[in-house]
Design a protein around this ligand. Structure first.
Ligand SMILES: C[S@@+](CC[C@H](N)C(=O)[O-])C[C@H]1O[C@@H](n2cnc3c(N)ncnc32)[C@H](O)[C@@H]1O
Length: 244
């Protein structure tokens, strides 16, 4: 593997070793090789290859997005690291005006195309951003970061702080992280530390008067893996509301 110079993801201990991450993905037949030392290009190249290699584009929304957004009055939503777009499509179907953002041009193009096919094109705007470098314009009633994990350089806490500032008063920031190792995960390192919701909140270091915590817990759920296998997994959930 040529010339990889990637750093540990800042502020998120989930993907502890980028080289191991790449090896695991290549072992699964992804053939990820990188010959750049620009951290942004390395990350973009990895995720772009990941989404180009994807054969199916499932539209499953994440359960905690559905649980959180379901009771809300629809407004403007921002999906950070939208991936295959299941959440963006679900939100659009439920009346939200969605901005779906990912580092992968292929991912955002697929989400845009799928929204158009479903007659939701006027509800979904897609933007390609390396969120380490740029952030979409606008104000939002909901910002969702679902499993916004990467093995590459990402000032995640800074991105999430920017997201909190992009909320309208009354708006919610929903962060859902992995809290356990699924049997199908590339990373079976028993020493992996999954930051708890309290640790994530501490890292964000937001003024609790302006962004009080509405929810910080670690629910368990039954999850389905890529080959249809099931297992119980834990999610680490943090919800903040912007008050003013
Ligand atoms: C683990 S996936 C989660 C995808 C989706 N939210 C879900 O729940 O299935 C992480 C996503 O973040 C995106 N991503 C990683 N680094 C990024 C960055 N620097 N800027 C924007 N998106 C990024 C990846 O392309 C990928 O789609």
């Amino acid at each position: 593997m040529a010339n990889i110079r990637v750093k540990e993801c800042l502020g998120n201990g989930y993907h502890a070793d980028p080289q191991l991450f790449l090896q695991a993905w290549n072992h699964r037949g992804h053939d990820v090789r990188m010959d750049t030392t620009d951290p942004s290009e390395v990350a973009e190249s990895f995720w772009e290859k990941h989404y180009r290699a994807r054969r199916t584009w499932g539209e499953r929304a994440n359960p905690l997005l559905v649980e959180t957004a379901g009771p809300l009055h629809p407004g403007a939503a921002l999906d950070l690291g939208c991936g295959a777009g299941g959440d963006a499509i679900w939100l659009a179907r439920h009346g939200w005006q969605v901005t779906a953002v990912d580092i992968s041009a292929t991912a955002v193009a697929q989400v845009r195309e799928r929204a158009r096919e479903l007659g939701l094109g006027d509800r979904v705007t897609t933007e390609q951003h390396d969120l380490a470098r740029s952030f979409p314009d606008g104000e939002f009633d909901l910002v969702s970061a679902q499993y916004f994990h990467t093995s590459f350089t990402l000032p995640r806490a800074e991105v999430l702080r920017t997201a909190a500032r992009a909320l309208r008063p009354g708006g919610l920031l929903l962060i859902v992280d992995h809290g356990s190792t699924a049997p199908w995960s590339w990373n079976q390192d028993p020493n992996t530390h999954y930051p708890t919701p309290t640790e994530i909140a501490a890292e964000l270091d937001l003024d609790p008067e302006q962004w009080p915590v509405l929810r910080a817990d670690m629910p368990r759920r039954r999850a389905t893996g890529p080959a249809g296998q099931t297992a119980t997994v834990t999610d680490n959930v943090l919800v903040l509301r912007r008050t003013l």
